[in-house]
Design a binder for this molecule. Structure first.
Ligand code: URP
Ligand code: ZN
Ligand code: ZN
Ligand code: ZN
Length: 470
């Protein structure tokens, strides 16, 4: 046979087009797209299905340690299994620099954790938490040249936050080295101030996390990051944008010609702060605690508008999974967290449900086109983070990373069907129309009808080129 694999008769969807054709795969790459291709060793009938680029989830946390002893529920094996089942072929987790440690040494630790364990392809963003002269002058430039072409900085969290002069220093390195800085934009002092007031009033339930992490603090920090980016002439990506207040700042910056990219996530279209109230302000709300927190229904509508009109470039999960009940108080439900929302681990699982939620709420309900879905979930993430054209599109020469999608299949999201390491999903019971039915990584089927058929080690590490936007 001429091909290793033929995918026949499906409706191919890219960021710009939709058409029916066969795809021929050889050596893990797409080598032909035509109305009819010749014989292949393996045949897949995709008639009646959408044939889309495998999802590129550009914001996930796997095996990332926390400073308070709580433990992320997914390592590279379970996290990439769940990602594959959810229609993804590439994920970009973070390699966190712990304070006082060499960034390079921390990156090596993440490679050791990932090596041989990944079911799909993986590349790393860095998190710069300790921008010493050594890190800024030597380690970071060398790492960018080695293919770690993006890094995240935090404006909040005691153990991660950079002050304004540190942000400016890091931005300058990014500009010089052509790296893309991802910014967690929430104003630390404002959050601390409101937290203290709430605690004084005995308002310690998980719900108050959503009050303390106010949209005003998010807006202020977004504007401050943009100002620093303007001062240093550095492109930035504002990650996990929760609603209209930070969006307004991003549009303000773009009107001035600044390169400010933006990401949003499923929690900002599928959850609201009311979810943090649990049942009558109880601790169930901890299952929904993430930062920034979900807002309200009008905010969800603003996010949809931004997904349609290009305010958002990328739609990522921000998968940051914690068990609710973890062993030895390592989960969200730990005695410390019950004393105040400020000790509830921040983050929710979503690596397996990102694509179904956006497809169902977006494409099936007519809010966005299938082409826009592909742009937000695969093509733009690949372009933004230096993986294009190898990843993120269906074209001759690209890796054969393909997801077959049944746009008609209807079923609820249920924890018992998911593959992640968390013991709950914040999206339990959500009715989904449109599910991935087969995930293909470089020509190999790694997930089929909700079961993972790929093995640890099928996934490879990807060194990246520069972002198209720097
Ligand atoms: O609450 C969240 N999002 N936790 C994950 C870390 C981050 O800030 O993205
Ligand atoms: Zn480390
Ligand atoms: Zn963040
Ligand atoms: Zn995150």
């Amino acid at each position: 046979p001429e091909f290793d694999l033929a995918i026949r008769g499906g409706t191919i969807v890219t960021a710009s087009d939709r058409y029916t054709a066969d795809i021929g795969v050889r050596g893990g790459r797409i080598v032909q797209i035509a109305s009819r291709i010749t014989s292949a060793a393996e045949e897949i009938d995709a008639s009646g299905l959408l044939v889309m680029p495998g999802g590129v989830d550009a914001h996930v946390h796997l095996s990332q340690p926390t400073s308070d002893g709580t433990v992320m529920a997914d390592d590279f094996a379970s996290g990439t299994r769940a990602a594959a089942a959810g229609g993804n072929t590439t994920v970009l987790p973070f390699a966190l620099q712990e304070k006082g440690k060499s960034l390079r040494a921390c990156v090596q630790e993440y490679h050791a954790k990932a090596e041989g364990n990944c079911v799909i392809d993986v590349s790393f963003h860095l998190i710069v938490s300790d921008p010493t002269p050594q890190v800024l002058g030597q380690e970071l430039p060398a790492l960018v040249r080695d293919g770690y072409t993006s890094f995240k900085v935090f404006m909040t969290y005691d153990d991660l936050k950079l002050d304004d002069s540190e942000l400016l220093e890091v931005f300058e390195v990014a500009r010089r080295e052509r790296a893309l800085v991802m910014v967690h934009a929430e104003g630390h002092d404002a959050i601390k101030h409101i937290t203290r007031k709430l605690e004084e009033q005995g308002k310690t339930a998980p719900y108050y996390h959503a009050i303390a992490h106010s949209e005003i603090a998010e807006r202020e920090a977004t504007h401050r990051a943009i100002s620093h980016a303007q001062l240093t002439d550095t492109p930035i990506m504002i990650v996990h944008v929760s609603g209209p207040d930070p969006m307004e700042q991003i549009l303000w910056a773009r009107r001035r010609g600044l390169k400010v990219l933006a990401e949003t996530c499923p929690q900002y279209i599928a959850l609201t702060k009311q979810d943090l109230a649990g049942l009558n302000m109880d601790f169930e709300g901890a299952k929904y605690v993430c930062s920034p927190p979900p807002r309200d229904h009008s905010s969800q509508e603003a996010i949809w508008q931004g997904l349609r009109d290009g305010t958002f470039d990328v739609f990522s999960s921000d998968h940051a999974p914690f068990r609710f009940d973890g062993p030895d108080n390592t989960g969200k439900n730990n005695p410390n967290a019950r004393t105040s929302f400020k000790w509830v681990p921040n983050g929710i699982p979503g690596i397996e449900t990102r694509l179904p939620i956006l497809f169902s709420e977006g494409v099936s309900k007519g809010r966005i086109t299938a082409e826009r879905f592909v742009a937000l979930t695969a093509t733009n993430p690949a372009r933004t983070y230096g993986l294009y054209p190898r990843k993120g599109s269906i074209m001759v020469g690209a890796d054969a990373d393909i997801v077959l999608w049944d746009a008609q299949k209807t079923a609820p999201i249920r924890q018992e069907d998911l593959h992640h390491g968390a013991d709950y999903t914040p999206f339990e019971g959500m009715e989904i129309t449109g599910w991935p039915v087969r995930t293909i990584l470089r020509g190999k089927t790694v997930a089929l009808d909700g079961a993972v058929t790929g093995a640890p080690g099928d996934g490879a590490y990807l060194a990246r080129g520069p972002s198209e936007f720097v």
